[in-house]
Design a protein around this ligand. Structure first.
Ligand code: HEC
Ligand code: HEC
Ligand code: HEC
Ligand code: HEC
Ligand code: HEC
Length: 397
């Protein structure tokens, strides 16, 4: 224990200096569990250099619309994706210099957009340095423009009696209880430059949540449980036992959130194979980024195990540009057909059974991006291309 303590203090002292609050590594010596969990979350991958889909979407946007400037887009998207960005917008004169491709200006923006804190994503100091939130539902989410950050080195959290040797602490109500205010600064809703709503998780939540105690944390972090806020304690003392939550920000890849909250039932009735999907979440499924899909594929086999028919249903939505062709949500001028399943609802999907079927197999899986658009954008990271299977079954007729 003494050795651990010594090495912890050592790690802390290396970090003393300018970069004390830049990255989760600055917190890890004392908040090891939290830091490790956070690293499994998508919040840790929100910088374009760590995210093939985000990066290539930016490149695709400037390719499709030559009036867009890459660095300006990066700054605009940063208000939610990297809210510790030091500059809020590109000035008119800089815009001109960027268009002229001048090295000095490019370098300046390169520095701003690639700071250590930016690269670390939606990290500890994004959420825990929020001194005040000015979120207004009628204006939707504005990321850092809804947030007033406090002085460097003050960590706001749920407790009024936390004492830390490394930083100041203070309690803020939006860390207490279940209310989703903090999450809404980025997850309520967002529009693209054409005024099309491309994110609406919070709006969906407001329509469908029937339970005033329900927020986002019980599913996407965890229910409150006994643990420690910090694994550090001064010599001779033990860390304080606390009610805490997991910092996993559960998504389809780092958790069983689909299995746990979406029920699937299948049966045969009057020559139809029926799949009943129940969405127990307060938002649509899929929600969030507009090109997510849930696919249900059905295969029919005869008594010789030969495939004799197929069926498929897609829960998702399409985005169209002014030329009527499929595009990314961020360039869309209108939203196509929306087949996502609304929050707290269920729906039966019916498939006709061909003659001679002995058994049916179905698979229900999640795609982080629709296959056609993944190809157009040029996604290569398998993480975004693979199927996230969450239910499969063989049903005898
Ligand atoms: C400062 C803006 C911001 C705040 C505050 C924020 N998020 Fe996020 N969140 C994002 C962005 C941006 C992403 C996408 C990151 C990526 O994939 O690159 C994201 C991703 C996620 C994901 C993963 C979705 C996926 O793609 O799998 C979940 C779940 C999530 N957030 C939940 C929450 C919850 C719960 C809260 C509140 C406790 C919260 N977020 C607060 C901006 C934010
Ligand atoms: C997207 C926002 C977000 C990010 C990023 C985030 N936290 Fe938190 N954190 C929260 C919320 C919300 C709570 C309050 C949870 C609750 O209801 O108890 C919390 C609680 C805590 C607590 C108190 C213990 C607990 O579980 O309640 C500590 C300590 C903490 N966070 C440290 C960190 C560290 C260190 C990081 C980076 C590795 C981090 N947090 C990243 C939102 C965030
Ligand atoms: C030298 C150890 C140490 C380091 C490094 C450290 N913390 Fe802490 N932190 C603590 C201790 C101890 C507590 C109090 C724990 C308790 O009371 O249960 C704490 C409490 C907190 C709380 C809860 C505050 C509240 O009032 O609810 C947050 C949030 C937090 N730390 C965030 C961070 C972040 C973010 C970093 C990195 C930038 C960090 N800490 C680095 C030791 C540390
Ligand atoms: C009852 C549990 C539950 C609650 C409460 C809940 N979610 Fe979800 N969330 C899920 C499930 C299951 C998924 C995966 C299916 C999907 O994409 O809709 C999901 C997906 C997401 C995604 C997209 C994940 C991805 O991989 O793209 C985001 C973002 C998100 N939730 C944010 C929120 C926010 C913000 C709140 C609070 C306003 C919230 N959720 C409340 C269960 C929940
Ligand atoms: C209003 C806040 C906000 C703004 C501004 C914003 N985003 Fe997002 N973005 C989010 C949230 C929240 C998520 C997480 C939703 C989810 O994962 O389903 C997200 C997710 C994404 C994803 C999916 C990432 C992944 O890992 O799967 C892409 C791509 C994306 N955004 C592109 C952009 C681009 C390009 C811009 C700028 C033109 C932008 N976003 C501006 C809030 C925002």
């Amino acid at each position: 224990m003494r050795i651990m303590l010594f090495s912890m203090l050592f790690v802390v002292s290396i970090f003393a200096g300018d970069s004390k609050w830049e990255s989760n590594k600055d917190c890890e010596a004392c908040h090891a569990d939290i830091s490790k969990k956070w690293e499994t979350s998508r919040h840790s991958k929100s910088h374009f250099d760590n995210n093939d889909l985000f990066k290539k979407t930016l490149l695709y946007m400037v390719k499709e619309n030559n009036r867009l400037i890459l660095d300006e887009l990066k700054i605009n998207c940063a208000k939610c994706h990297n809210p510790r960005v030091k500059q809020k917008e590109v000035t008119k004169s800089d815009k001109f210099l960027l268009l002229m491709d001048l090295d000095d200006t490019k370098e300046k923006y390169d520095k701003i957009l690639n700071s250590k804190n930016m690269k670390n994503g939606i990290n500890c100091t994004v959420c825990h340095n929020m001194n005040k939130i000015n979120f207004d539902k009628s204006k939707g989410s504005n990321g850092m423009n809804d947030i007033i950050f406090g002085p460097d080195g003050t960590m706001y959290g749920p407790f009024d009696d936390a004492v830390s040797p490394y930083h100041k602490t203070a309690k803020r109500d939006y860390f207490v209880g279940d209310k989703p205010k903090l999450c809404f600064t980025c997850h309520y809703s967002g529009e693209n430059d054409n005024g099309v709503t491309v994110y609406a998780t919070g709006k969906e939540f407001d329509k469908n949540s029937d339970n005033s105690d329900e927020g986002c944390k019980s599913c996407h972090m965890s229910k409150k449980k006994k643990g420690f806020a910090s694994n550090f304690a001064p010599t001779g003392k033990k860390p304080k036992s606390r009610m805490v939550r997991e910092h996993r920000f559960a998504s389809v890849d780092n958790s069983d959130i689909l299995r746990d909250n979406i029920d699937i039932e299948s049966y045969v009735k009057k020559n139809k194979f029926i799949i009943n999907i129940k969405n127990r979440t307060p938002h649509s499924v899929p929600t969030g980024y507009g090109l997510r899909e849930i696919i249900i594929s059905v295969k029919y086999f005869n008594k010789d195990d030969k495939l004799i028919g197929k069926g498929k249903t897609v829960l998702g939505t399409k985005w169209k540009g002014s030329n009527g062709k499929a595009t990314t949500p961020h360039l869309a001028t209108f939203q196509g057909k929306d087949t996502r399943l609304k929050g707290k609802s269920s729906k039966k999907y019916k498939f006709s059974i061909p003659n001679g079927v002995k058994y049916v197999e179905y698979r229900a899986y999640y795609k982080l991006i629709n296959a056609e658009m993944a190809k157009k954008i040029g996604i290569t990271d398998k993480f975004f291309l693979k199927d996230y299977l969450f239910s499969a079954k063989r049903v005898e007729l």
